[in-house]
Write a protein that binds this ligand. Structure first.
Ligand code: SF4
Length: 165
């Protein structure tokens, strides 16, 4: 009889939640087929269920990253994520630390989002096409809405800096 097979599953270090498949822009290369469908939302009961499922099994490390990603997570209101985090924290075992993150196209960030990011130490990844000609070529709805390459990223960065100073 051979040696017992070792499991190659786990530990889990990252959970990606798709809160919505909807996106407020429309990149030509996007792989999401229903990105114009606003009704594609993960309800909060599903978030709680997912958290229980992840926390209930033995493949966890002491630290876990939970990231909201794809379509554009910020098309849902900050209150959605505040409630989701409350549910996840309620299910979290004391020995596990959760780090939250969001991947966004950055076009919807305002003070209410910055408040949420600060309150929960949420890491923010911003997806940008660059240089400018690539952005303008690939983001059809950005062109229609006249969102130039430089303004969405830089104006928001300036506002973040101003609030922190
Ligand atoms: S920003 Fe991302 S999710 Fe939105 S259309 Fe572009 S690639 Fe798709």
């Amino acid at each position: 009889m051979g040696a017992p097979m070792r499991s190659t599953v786990g530990p889990i270090g990252l959970v990606v939640l798709q809160s919505t498949g909807f996106c407020n822009i429309d990149c030509d290369y996007c792989y999401l087929p229903d990105r114009s469908n606003r009704r594609q939302t993960m309800d909060l009961d599903t978030v709680a269920q997912a958290a229980r499922l992840v926390f209930d099994q033995r493949l966890l490390k002491n630290e876990l990253d939970i990231v909201w990603h794809a379509g554009e997570p910020l098309t849902l209101p900050p209150a959605y994520y505040a409630e989701a985090i409350k549910m996840i924290e309620a299910a979290r075992p004391p020995a596990v630390t959760v780090h939250y993150g969001v991947q966004t196209n950055g076009t919807l960030i305002d003070d209410s989002w910055i408040d949420l990011f600060e309150r929960h130490a949420i890491t923010v990844g911003v997806s940008l096409d660059g240089p400018r000609d690539l952005h303008d070529r690939n983001s059809a709805s950005c062109r229609r809405a006249a969102i130039p390459f430089t303004s969405s990223a830089w104006s928001r960065r300036t506002r973040c800096r101003a609030r922190r100073s």
